[in-house]
Design a protein around this ligand. Structure first.
Ligand code: BGP
Length: 466
């Protein structure tokens, strides 16, 4: 029997993207850490492709917004690049060329009837701030971020109603300081990672305070990659390890953002191990008093956790979250072969219920979810379209779970797959394509994929038939 899944009225049928992954370097004054990484270690990047041109959104945004409308987007999440908007990083004085670009981009979204959700930081710290101050390890950088945020709110706060401070802030310490797969590529720097998590929470709260003080009419949130941590067995050890992995990787941002406080179990562990970040009571009060209006949640895959054995622990000389739990892939799991990530739609429901039951049912939206596929050209038909049925199935399965949670009262207001059009993805460059719209890097031409045409129907009907 056919059933129609209908979503709440006014639901955001959108897509997610970011400035550093789409715009290209054109007209940009500062280098961010990813730009720098590409300049100094080109071999780290798939096929040597960098962010210098990316998807040329800098020039093509007028036509891109028309395409976004064609695929049914009524909202779109992207970011303002600190390194483009700000001329003087110390004072927060804007760069006229950056102001012009973002103003025009915001106008183009409006003209196409697309609600913009603007994010301020998507892994793209200006490199000078890493060089001079040690990046997010420094509280001076926290203050400079607040200045950047104030400038952005002052310039665009009348035209943009939804703001977010950070995208996946856990990736900065995790990838850059613990596991070494993003610039500055450190491993095992647990103490620094803990300080970074704290400083970014502080930076987010300061930006939220600045937004409220600006008096602009709108809402502000944060985008977190909430990765459910499931124990591999019912044993006490695995359950405990999963709880801590959830604490380190999810609740370290989620709790301060929504509840204004750091999770006690995580603080206890950090204290016991001597890696507690440096904080002041005044800062803790600031975090407590400046929580988010809404949450963006990025979900791709879960974590599977087993308790670390003593032998595992001894592998790491420095402090690592791995001391408490180790990620473990279930042999029987469904894996996206291109990205190596487990496909587990039920986690979408679990996340929604967690936010509903444990975080005051705060308003939230799915700010990323998607399936990256390598070599999509092989699915291209004679008429030029890419028949990405696997992606449609992936979205349907996740939306079904989301719908179930909404029926049960989850306050979810939208779904933004990653991504609108194929874009540059850090060191994976253009390896895995995620877009509703294919981008040909030879001539920057765009073609709507089958999933884009499908999404249009879903958006027009505010749901779909299963
Ligand atoms: C998320 C990031 C995005 C995007 C996506 C896909 O973590 O917020 O910026 O890159 O992952 O990642 P990848 O291309 O590495 O599969």
């Amino acid at each position: 029997m056919e059933t129609k899944l209908t979503f709440p009225s006014g639901f955001w049928w959108g897509a997610a993207s970011s400035g550093p992954q789409t715009e290209g370097w054109f007209g940009k004054r500062h280098e961010n850490v990813m730009d720098k990484w590409y300049r100094v270690q080109r071999n780290d990047f798939f096929n040597g492709v960098g962010p210098d041109v990316a998807s040329d959104f800098y020039h093509k945004y007028p036509e891109d917004f028309k395409l976004f409308r064609e695929i049914g987007l009524n909202s779109f999440r992207t970011s303002i690049q600190w390194s483009r908007l700000i001329r003087d990083l110390e004072t927060g004085e804007p760069d006229p060329e950056g102001v012009r670009f973002y103003r025009d981009m915001i106008t183009a979204a409006k003209e196409n009837g697309i609600e913009l959700i603007l994010n301020l930081h998507h892994f793209d710290l200006p490199d000078e701030l890493l060089e001079k101050y040690g990046g997010w390890e420094s509280k001076h950088v926290v203050d400079l971020f607040e200045k950047f945020a104030k400038t952005a709110f002052g310039l665009f706060g009348d035209d943009v109603k939804y703001w977010t401070t950070f995208n996946e802030p856990m990736v900065i310490p995790e990838a850059g300081y613990l596991y070494g797969f993003h610039y500055p590529k450190y491993s095992g720097k647990g103490k620094e990672a803990a300080q970074i998590v704290y400083n970014i929470n502080l930076a987010s709260a300061k930006a939220i305070r600045a937004f409220r003080e600006s008096g602009k009419d709108g809402e502000i949130g944060i985008i977190l990659n909430l990765t459910p941590a499931y124990p591999r067995s019912d044993s006490r050890e695995d359950t405990e390890a999963a709880r801590l992995v959830d604490g380190f990787f999810n609740r370290s941002y989620l709790d301060p953002a929504v509840k204004g406080e750091f999770p006690k179990d995580v603080v206890e562990v950090l204290e016991k191990d001597g890696v507690l970040p440096a904080w002041t009571q005044e800062e803790l009060d600031l975090i407590r008093n400046n929580t988010v209006d809404f949450l963006g949640v990025n979900y791709y895959h879960p974590k599977r956790v087993r308790a670390a054995e003593q032998a595992d622990r001894e592998q790491w000389k420095d402090w690592m979250p791995d001391w408490y739990g180790v990620e473990w892939e279930w042999p029987e799991a469904r894996i996206n072969p291109y990205r190596g990530w487990e496909i587990y739609p039920k986690a979408m429901y679990d996340i929604a219920k967690n936010v509903q039951d444990n975080y005051g049912n705060i308003k939230w939206f799915v700010s990323e979810n998607g399936m990256g596929v390598e070599g999509e050209e092989k699915y291209r038909k004679a008429d030029g379209s890419i028949e990405d049925d696997y992606r449609i199935d992936f979205y349907k399965e996740h939306l079904e779970q989301l719908h179930k949670a909404i029926e049960e009262g989850s306050n979810c207001i939208g779904y933004h797959p990653w991504t609108a059009m194929d874009c540059w993805s850090w060191n994976n460059a253009y390896k895995n394509r995620y877009g509703f719209i294919a981008v040909d890097l030879n001539d920057q031409s765009r073609t709507i994929k089958k999933s884009g045409r499908w999404f249009r129907e879903v958006s027009d009907n505010n749901g779909f038939i299963i």
